[in-house]
Design a protein around this ligand. Sequence first.
Ligand code: MLT
Length: 266
Amino acid sequence: MKTTEITVGPDRIRLACDVTGEGPALLLVHGFPLDRSLWRHQVDALAGWRRIAPDLRGMGASDVPGGGYSMAAYATDLAGVLDHFGVDRAVLCGLSMGGYIAFEFARRWPDRLAGLILMDTRAEADSPDGRRGRDAMIAKVRAQGVASVADDLIPKLLGPEALGRPEIVGRVRGMLEGTLLDGMVGALEAMRDRPDSSALLPALAAVPVQVIVGEEDRLTPPADAERMAAAIPGATLARIPGAGHLAPLERPAATTEVVGRFLARV
Ligand code: MLT
């Protein structure tokens, strides 16, 4: 695997990116507040595909601008990643916030999608309560630092089994605590203000779509995934037993297998 640093977009943001393999492109987009290492198993295992896993702006080893965070900005960065690697069309796989960004990408550049994997995510915008929760979290990290939200967030991100595995908890805590304040606040604001993508779902039938959800996901539970899959004609749904919200990290082999099966029929 090669890690490269690339510069994308009108504001010349530098993104850290793992790239490996030859073949059609698979673009792996992590969630909040995580980084590209979420996809380690999938990047290592999915031979026959050119696996591209960037750190989003404001997270991981990518630039952390003081402002300019929105679903539109993240999606434009992804288009810049594809341009950089000379990729016209890709299968886009987004987890949670990565899924929100995938919806924005699909709205803007439907012709650049060869397929879509929506993992532990939802199409709806935040509810009024959800938006208040974002504001409370922004206030807390501003006052007490990013690490102050780890103990609240980790039990929501991981399923019961993963919570008992120190190496998994440690990896999530490491990603979370490695996020700088501006990147975390920017992502929270972008998620709070994101548009509702429910009306887009029927149009996604133009490409193959796989929905994946951890059976123990509390943030975007299986019932939500079922509703989302049902609204996309032709979409298939897979549940990952024993996984919470972070299926690719908690159940890497099972998640990779589902992704691999989907890629084989794209
Ligand atoms: C994520 O995993 O990206 C976040 O939990 C999404 C969210 O907070 O809505």
